[in-house]
Write a protein that binds this ligand. Sequence first.
Ligand code: BDR
Ligand code: CA
Length: 361
Amino acid sequence: PIPLWLDCDPGHDDAFAILIAAHHPSLNLLGITTVHGNASLGNTTANAGSVLEAIGRTDIPVYPGSKKPFSRPAVHAPDIHGNSGLDGTDLLPKASCPPVLDTNPIVAMYNALIAQPANTAWVIATGTLTNVALLFATFPELADHIKGLSIMGGAVGEGFTDVPMSRLPGEETRIGNVTPWAEFNIYCDPEASQSLLSNPVLAPKTTLIGLDLTHQVLATIAVQERVLKTSRSEASTAGDLRRMLFDLLVFFGGTYDTQFGMADPPLHDPLAVAVILSNLNPEYEKAHPDTVLKFDDKNGERFAVEVVTDGQHGSTPAVTGQLGRTIAKPTEGPGVSIPRGVDIEVFWGLVLSCLERAEQC
Ligand code: BDR
Ligand code: CA
């Protein structure tokens, strides 16, 4: 199996990223670090432990990471994920294993990744980028050693794809979610994001899963019922894990509807994990030609990405300007990959197969 480290801020969609990372037979999840983001670090850490408990993988260590960005106050998303970061279900179990507190989380990541053979391990980031930026700033040699870095973050806009970011009147030109210009994970710690995206050793190994792509992958009612394995009206007959994940999707759909007029919520984060199981990882594709997930990256187009770091976090979009916007320009040089499309049905098949495996735990 392919070794990976997951850095996350659960988070409704992060919960599904954990599910795939922990239960796909071709993946070996080495550990999880948590970060400020959708909720406080305390909450995202408790949520990661609860999700691992629910899916029967309490053997995976959870390390609490950064409480705040490099040089800004933390920003959370209670309007999308509720105050806990994972609101909407009473089926979330309490973690039976406490988080690991006696090892520095950045050192734990490094030790686990450097112990893998060169050019094999992946770092997956589905939260704000403070921990991952600290990792590569502290241990720059790790950039050479890893196989790939996959980040859920950013938004390109400008005809990159034609999916709407919001269906609310007057928001037709919106490209971001937390502000009209910026995607949440990049916005929360733009300096950390820029340090990763401008690293010339990391760039050729980096995939950026932006909103232009994730807004194509919507957890429709049909998807929600596949998670439940029965119709919504029969929800009470489903198993606890399926009901819990269904509840999370229903809550997520509710907040997306209120905030963006989108009752079918985009399931951003698991796509960043799925990159490892795709044509963007040629060794995997070669070994699994029949089941590989296909992303559309226009045959390998690469981008130089600049993050807007001017401005302050604000309480309303109007005062934030373009802080956290990702400006992507095509490059012949060592740029990052920003796929624009994905085989949506294969992706859902992958999520559901991992759920089947989790149920057997
Ligand atoms: C990202 O922000 C968070 O709210 C989600 O978990 C996802 O990682 C989407 O912009
Ligand atoms: Ca997240």
